[in-house]
Design a protein around this ligand. Structure first.
Ligand code: ADE
Length: 231
């Protein structure tokens, strides 16, 4: 099943290079992913296309006004002839932490709308009325939701049918099976006095798989014991 992703942003140009390269570009060219970039400013009712304003109660930073975002969401609904979109994700450091399971769940949707804030936040009433999920990509603050949206789109695009070839199948990725991935090697056999583990050139696939699994468990125990405990 293919997916439509609508992105509401003040900076659509940030997405251009990202969407025209690598896996997101393949997902689009295979018809598995359709991206609609929507400039929130196009829905401003201000002659200078201003979309932000000072926060009620004072304080630093600007807040994105509710009307342009609501109008942009209505524009999408008219296009898809939907009453209301099923999934509207807002990226914010206040959201739940993104992980591979969340990506997998979203990859099965037919249409998702992503809202990228900028400056301080967006008006709370958009979050209360329209947003169905709030996602953070980590405990740090970015200048906007564009990078989180690109991370989200990239991670989804590689799970869509037929996008990855067998050789780089998502099945062997870190975080599949709640483990980090194992170490990888390619030619040359010897590099700066370091050689490739013998098992990998043995041709014995049972032993290779065993070794890879053991290494993945060792690495996960050392670096991310928290995900191993969950498993
Ligand atoms: N916007 C700003 N910082 C963010 C973060 N860490 N995650 C998601 N959206 C954000």
């Amino acid at each position: 099943m293919s997916i439509i992703i609508n992105v509401l942003t003040l900076f659509p140009a940030i997405f251009y290079n990202f969407l025209s390269e690598s896996i997101p570009a393949i997902a689009q060219s295979k018809g598995e992913m359709q991206l609609n970039l929507i400039d929130i400013r196009d829905f401003s009712n201000d002659k200078n296309r201003q979309v932000d304003d000072y926060p009620y109660g004072g304080g630093p930073g600007m807040v994105i006004k509710p009307e342009p975002i609501a109008e942009a969401l209505k524009f999408i609904n008219n296009k898809t002839q939907q009453e209301q979109q099923d999934q509207i994700v807002y990226f914010t450091p206040q959201g739940r932490l993104l992980n591979q399971n969340i990506i997998k769940e979203y990859s099965h949707n037919s249409e998702i709308t992503l809202i990228c804030g900028h400056y301080k936040e967006i008006d709370q009433r958009i979050r209360d009325r329209y947003v169905t999920d709030e996602i953070s990509i980590g405990d740090y603050v970015l200048s906007g939701g564009e990078l989180p949206a690109m991370i989200f789109i990239d991670a989804i695009s590689r799970l869509l049918d037929g996008v990855l070839s067998d050789s780089d199948s998502a099945k062997t990725d870190s975080h599949e099976n709640s483990l980090l991935g194992c170490p990888h090697y390619t030619r040359p056999y010897e590099f700066e006095n370091m050689t490739v583990p013998e098992v990998l050139i043995s041709g014995n696939h049972k032993n290779i798989n065993k070794w890879r699994n053991k290494k993945a468990i060792e690495l996960t125990k050392k670096i991310r014991p928290d995900i191993l405990e969950k498993k």
